[in-house]
Design a binder for this molecule. Structure first.
Ligand code: HEM
Length: 231
């Protein structure tokens, strides 16, 4: 059996890992959104050119993808093992903290984080299968860029998001992503010890603004394609 103090040191360490990996993923999400905003140009050439440029990075892209996968797995793995540890340390919730609504604010926000995080994970598995490993040039998704033939990823994204079920699912996940980031960014800053009583409110607001901007930014894409793009 391990010493309780060793357990709490491990928990603090894991919280720092969750925070750092989470902030790293926020960086990816910002870059991904900026690239995807080219989808709002309706002829698709800007987006296809951007995707072809990424593809052209070859080995460098493969290294970035492996790095990203590692950060995702670290974030998910540390979250799951911290949750398990918390549950085994305190199988019964503290009664005295229960509000009239029957739940503590921290319980409800961590439960919401678990729900939004799980749905984002399900989304990611479907998303990468649909787009990263979806049909390419050999299946007829071909666009021309000057003299060159490149993958018509724009057509694939439009076909996918013109499906009402997909447009609705993507929109739901983008809202959940915004909420996950709104709480997650602020919580990460706290785990890293960056909040002080004086900075608590401004940092909480900053986390909320970043979460909302990213959520709304991503939400614009399925909405624009579903309602605005003719196929
Ligand atoms: C409307 C929203 C989104 C659209 C239209 C979109 C579009 C795409 C496309 C087209 C690709 C394939 C890129 C390629 O194969 O070159 C891709 C890959 C990917 N997307 Fe998204 N995405 C969206 C939201 C998100 C969100 C919110 C996340 C993360 C939370 C995400 C994570 C990823 C990841 C991890 C990859 C694989 C990257 C790689 O392997 O290079 N996407 N996305």
């Amino acid at each position: 059996m391990s010493h309780p103090q060793a357990k709490s040191i491990t928990t603090v360490f894991k919280k720092v890992i969750i925070a750092l990996s989470g902030l790293g993923l926020v960086g990816f999400v910002v870059v991904h959104l900026l690239g995807n905003l080219t989808l709002l140009r309706s002829d698709g050439s800007a987006f296809n050119a951007y995707a072809a440029k990424l593809e052209g990075l070859g080995g460098l892209l493969a290294v970035a993808e492996v790095g990203l996968l590692f950060v995702f797995l670290t974030h998910i793995g540390s979250t799951l093992t911290t949750k398990k540890r918390n549950l085994s340390a305190r199988p019964v919730a503290y009664r005295q903290w229960k509000s009239k609504g029957g739940d503590t604010p921290s319980n409800s926000s961590s439960r919401n984080m678990a729900i939004s995080g799980s749905l984002i994970l399900i989304f990611l598995i479907l998303h990468i299968w649909q787009f990263r490993f979806g049909p390419g040039m050999s299946q007829g998704y071909v666009a021309t860029q000057g003299q060159e033939q490149i993958r018509d990823l724009y057509r694939l994204v439009v076909e996918t998001l013109k499906n009402p079920l997909m447009a609705a699912f993507y929109s739901l996940v983008m809202v959940l992503l915004g909420l996950h980031l709104r709480h997650g960014i602020w919580s990460a800053l706290q785990s890293l010890g960056l909040t002080r009583p004086r900075t608590l409110k401004p940092l909480r607001l900053a986390g909320a603004v970043i979460g909302v901007v990213l959520g709304v930014g991503f939400l614009m894409i399925p909405a624009w394609i579903y309602f605005g793009v003719s196929n």
